[in-house]
Design a protein around this ligand. Sequence first.
Ligand code: GRF
Length: 215
Amino acid sequence: MELKQVAVFASGRGSNFRHIVEKIRTDSVQARVALLITNNPDAGALKIARDYGIPARIFPPVDFPNSNSYNDSILEVLVAKRIEYIVLAGYMRLVGSQIVNKYENRIINIHPALLPAFGGKGMYGHHVHEAVFESGVKFSGATVHIVDTKYDNGPIVLQDVVSIADVKNADEIAEKVLDIEHRIFPEALRLLVEQRLRITGRRVEVLKEQGIAEN
Ligand code: GRF
């Protein structure tokens, strides 16, 4: 079977990016991370791309007059590289509608909380864990969702939960949640490229095999 071509978008250290590359290798997921795209020339993800021999393209926002031309330029590269799926692994910009529309239901994002709680504009990275800690909730977790044109808004693919009843600070929450991210994000990518997700409105059903429901 042809390997599905995947692009990863990352702005930061890239630990999710690395776990996805490793999962593809160790679990023979029928995909290939063909490209890393980042807005940040200092992203740790760039070193991970170098370590794995994955081509990377940097799009510094200052080089573009507006977000429309920014996303047009990225889309041009995605098409040229015949990318079929997109993974947002700590990507700090809103993906342009031209990209979302072209890759409808083929872009997934990882959010470090149980959406729809603690999501939306401004809720990213450590801010999320601080808000979770301050709220006093007893559980947190991570969410993988389909990307649409709003932050953290698309149908939910996978979630998992962890008790935070005994944590002392937001850092402890971040550590517990990151472990969940590293487990569910690669699994969600597998389901996506194997076309085992049936999306009906806001609900996502995981199929046992392509086109066959679990029960
Ligand atoms: C993760 O916590 C993810 O949930 C959020 O940004 C962080 C990225 O971490 N979107 P890394 O760059 O994958 O280590």
